[in-house]
Design a protein around this ligand. Structure first.
Ligand SMILES: *[C@@H]1O[C@H](CO)[C@@H](O)[C@H](O)[C@H]1NC(C)=O
Ligand SMILES: *[C@@H]1O[C@H](CO)[C@@H](O)[C@H](O)[C@H]1NC(C)=O
Ligand SMILES: *[C@@H]1O[C@H](CO)[C@@H](O)[C@H](O)[C@H]1NC(C)=O
Length: 389
């Protein structure tokens, strides 16, 4: 266990340094990157902080994103939706019910609506029926009852621009990974001046803050970003507007695409990969479709990753979670065993995790070309030779 204690000291130090560099809650975003920052690591699969460090703090809030940055995220991930007045916000669900205190706001009691969202009649308080000012009066809470509840009611919803400012203000280069969320629904409910669409506003926001360039280009490495969506038409449309790399998200096997109504089998066929690879650099599948699960045990892995790689497409599966209830029995309740399997046996190129710190530690402690791990190895050799004496 000695490596644990040695590794932990610099980690604590990093946390302290990071905390002292904190800034006011909603600074205006800066334009352009800082040439002197520590670059994005590109030697190992990407650690994608799913909705920030939402295993620890309420999802998609500024503290959740700042925590993920302190914990070593390569990319901070977010879902983009819109307010009634067309401001892009970071929020996962189309309704506010599950992750905000909307129920306690009597002034909004008459805003409950029922809309059809991706073919399903959905009832609740929809973000598209609230102005940004109204949304800002709400506070976010934890989605899951078994996670830390002490931060409920403390943090506001943030805008896409505020999210970008968090990434640009990070002490090293941290990428962003925003999703064009529910584009069919958003374009139905929200109208922008000049006939602009949700996708136009989304890409304009990225461009306003200097995000541009193809995957691994000089511009991209300065301000890395992946655009993700479950809707292929949004990705094709966006590829007309920006050459930033795009990731095609793939839902469970029984869920058709929200815009083109295509089946899982169709969009994961070689023929479809041949088509979509002109627009995207990779796919983001639900992990249980890559390695099917029965009675909480993994079954034989599918050939999805092999076929995607054969088409030169990266694979970034979602979502990795530390809690026992999410760990399949093969992993003996050990999230590191799960990371080991996906990184070293399945061979994925990035992982969406609710616990960025765990993935970061696993990668740090096991990556051979990491200078810290070399040092630890040296220390281990010194200790073992000392024992021999
Ligand atoms: C891309 O842009 C061109 C030129 O403006 C336009 O003709 C074409 O329809 C666009 N394609 C898509 C998929 O939006
Ligand atoms: C989507 O496709 C399924 C299967 O082909 C079909 O039954 C359904 O009617 C389609 N839905 C829409 C909205 O077109
Ligand atoms: C998971 O465990 C089951 C039951 O022991 C076994 O059949 C299966 O091969 C294991 N899967 C993997 C990928 O190791």
């Amino acid at each position: 266990m000695y490596f644990f204690y040695v590794g932990f000291v610099p980690f604590i130090f990093l946390l302290l340094v990071g905390a002292c560099a904190g800034r006011s809650l909603h600074p205006l975003p800066r334009k352009g990157g800082d040439g002197n920052k520590k670059p994005l690591q590109t030697s190992r699969p990407f650690n994608i902080a799913h909705r920030g460090s939402n295993g620890e703090l309420p999802e998609e809030t500024a503290p959740a994103y700042r925590r993920a940055i302190l914990e070593g995220a390569d990319f901070i991930e977010t879902d983009i939706l819109s307010s009634k007045d067309g401001v892009l916000i970071c929020f996962h669900d189309v309704t506010l019910d599950d992750t905000t205190d909307i129920a306690e706001h009597k002034e909004f009691a008459n805003r409950k609506r029922t809309y059809e969202v991706q073919g399903v009649k959905t009832t609740g308080f929809f973000s598209v029926d609230f102005t940004l000012k109204e949304l800002k009066s709400l506070r976010v809470k934890q989605r899951y009852p078994y996670r830390d509840q002490q931060y409920n009611g403390k943090f506001p919803i943030i805008t896409f621009e505020e999210f970008i400012s968090i990434a640009l203000d990070a002490p090293r280069i941290v990428g962003i990974y925003p999703e064009i969320k529910n584009p069919v629904f958003i374009n139905q409910r929200v109208k922008w001046p000049g006939g602009k669409k949700f996708e136009d506003k989304f890409v304009e926001t990225l461009q306003k803050y200097g995000y541009k360039g193809s995957y691994m280009s000089k511009d991209w490495l300065k301000q890395p970003a992946f655009i993700q969506s479950f809707a292929p038409t949004s990705l094709v449309y966006a590829s007309n507007l920006t050459d930033l790399p795009k990731i095609f998200l793939i839902d469970d096997i029984n869920i058709p695409t929200q815009d083109t109504n295509q089946s899982y089998w169709e969009i994961t066929s070689d023929r479809y990969f041949d088509f979509i690879k002109k627009y995207v650099v990779g796919i983001g599948p639900w992990k249980d479709t890559v390695v099917p699960v029965k009675h909480n045990y993994l079954q034989t892995p599918t050939d999805l990753v092999t076929r995607a790689h054969a088409h030169n497409l990266q694979v970034h599966p979602y979502t990795y979670r530390n809690e026992n209830k999410f760990l399949h029995f093969n992993f003996s309740q050990d999230p590191y065993a799960e990371y080991d399997f996906w990184l070293n046996e399945i061979g994925v190129d990035g992982l969406f995790t609710d616990f960025t710190g765990s993935l970061h530690n696993f990668q740090k402690w096991t990556s051979v070309d990491d200078s810290a791990s070399k040092l630890l190895h040296k220390i281990a050799l010194m200790i073992s030779s000392y024992k021999k004496v």
